[in-house]
Design a protein around this ligand. Structure first.
Ligand code: NAG
Ligand code: NAG
Ligand code: NAG
Ligand code: ZN
Ligand code: ZN
Length: 430
């Protein structure tokens, strides 16, 4: 496929003097507009694009983000921004502002996926089988962009902005490790964003309350007794038993969940045997289950175990069931704080225009470890449009064909900078 590159032409430059934030008592509008102008300047925009491409070329999987982490620290050093490192293996926590309270956090995740990039372009992943197919390369460069423009306004910041460069979002629960490290102890709110390939540049999609499901992972080993495929009476067939377990698991959501309360259970792993004439000793199955509360997740987990053991027993087999923990597939639901929602719509509306803030979104069953922050402090997660301007079909996140319209980077950076500074102004007034 053809990948269009989006070079930004700055036809018109205007030198402007930033209005000191502290002098703006009522108009958050002016602050936000300034940040978008700041972020679109070539010294910020081109720099963000360069960083994003560099990270894109060198994707690193969960808890292996060593080079990405190093690049972030080098850039923070150049900007004169102090940081803590290492936090949660590869994590970097930066600080801009007074160094004292109030504290507000901005988060970017850093990890890539075990996917072979299929997009042929100049900055294609140089690592076979690894790709930034969830756009976390853009998240890192956006947060660095926000850091750069915030640093330029540091004297006006009424508190401290905490930059959270987090490892291992893709199943590793890096957010949980950041929380456990205690670095967010005095932080009163956290904002995070995710690129959305189907939403136009300059737009955000967002909502209040439950936005993304909590998830759990399971694996069940169904053990029987292997033997000759032609003499089944001397075996206990785990293939048949596991098949029945898979079928029975489908009934949990359809028959036991409240139909108006979203839940999903999908079996994604079915492994066993290796020869056409041998009944294997065991079969391993596994998958994911999702719901919008921890309670429902726990109920599902309990029933998955009961069904696996009970259904395996019908074919005289045994089942042992394993469930993932926080660093292994268990994520709570993403629930956006209602007060922060009002605040966000206000700030984003001022920055982008209120018609660019789409609050008419339905929750999705995908998960995000941003939820771990929201378990301990009010947090707000939002979608940032990165749709290609070309008429090509949209490739969703985790697709090997994912492309990101880099024109979106300044919008993300300005949004994060506006949210942080405006939040600190408002919390100081309370
Ligand atoms: C949080 O604030 C308390 C009281 O000021 C201080 O003792 C503690 O070190 C702070 N924690 C962090 C992680 O900064
Ligand atoms: C199932 O477990 C029981 C109790 O541990 C054991 O006696 C039996 O041999 C097991 N059966 C199979 C098919 O693994
Ligand atoms: C900041 O606080 C003031 C006073 O509480 C409120 O009127 C204003 O809407 C807030 N700004 C935002 C962006 O929420
Ligand atoms: Zn992802
Ligand atoms: Zn992601």
């Amino acid at each position: 496929m053809v990948v269009k590159m989006w070079f930004h032409l700055f036809i018109l430059f205007h030198v402007f003097s930033a209005t000191p934030i502290s002098s703006l008592t009522d108009s958050s509008n002016i602050i936000s507009t300034n940040f978008l102008d700041d972020a679109k300047k070539p010294e910020v925009f081109d720099w963000m694009v360069k960083l994003r491409r560099k990270i894109h070329e060198n994707p690193e999987l969960l808890y292996e983000e060593f080079e990405t982490s190093k690049l972030i620290r080098e850039e923070l050093d150049k900007l004169g921004i102090p940081y803590k490192h290492p936090v949660a293996v590869t994590g970097v926590i930066g600080f801009i502002g007074t160094g004292s309270s109030p504290f507000v956090a901005l988060r970017a995740d850093m990890d890539a996926l075990p996917i072979q990039e299929m997009v042929e372009w100049e900055h294609k992943s140089k690592v076979p089988g690894k790709m930034h197919a969830c756009g976390h390369d853009a998240h890192v460069s956006i947060l660095l962009g926000a850091a750069k423009i915030l640093k330029q306004h540091e004297k006006e910041i009424q508190g401290t902005v905490v930059l959270v460069f987090q490892p291992a979002e893709e199943g590793g629960g890096g957010a949980k490790k950041i929380v456990d490290a205690g670095v967010l102890e005095n932080v009163t709110a956290i904002f995070g964003l995710h690129v959305i390939p189907s939403t136009s540049v300059g737009e955000v999609v967002t909502g209040s309350g439950p936005m993304m499901a909590g998830s759990g992972a399971f694996e069940a080993i169904i053990s029987g007794k292997g033997g000759h495929a032609a003499i089944p009476q001397h075996s206990r067939d785990p293939v048949l038993a596991a098949s029945n377990v898979v079928i029975s698991l489908q009934h949990l959501v359809s028959r036991e969940a409240d139909p108006v309360e979203p839940q999903v259970l999908t079996v994604t792993i079915f492994q066993g045997g290796g020869a056409f004439n041998v009944i294997p000793d065991k079969v391993t199955i596994g998958g994911t289950f999702r719901a919008f509360s921890k309670e429902r997740l726990e109920q599902l987990a309990q029933r998955i175990e009961q069904v696996a053991i009970g259904q395996a027993a019908v074919q005289r087999c045994n089942a042992t069931v394993w469930f993932g923990d926080e660093t292994n597939g268990f994520y709570p639901p993403v629930v956006n704080n209602g007060d922060l929602h009002k605040f966000f719509v206000d700030v984003a509306g001022n920055l982008l225009g209120i018609n660019k803030v789409n609050t008419d979104v339905r929750p999705i069953m995908a998960s995000e470890d941003f939820a771990f922050y929201q378990e301990v402090i009010p947090g707000y997660f939002t979608g940032l449009g990165v749709k290609s301007a070309s008429p090509e079909p949209v490739h969703e996140l985790h697709s090997p064909y994912l492309t990101i319209n880099e024109d979106a980077l300044p919008y993300g950076a300005a949004l994060q900078a506006s949210l942080a500074t405006t939040y600190l102004i408002n919390i100081s007034r309370m």
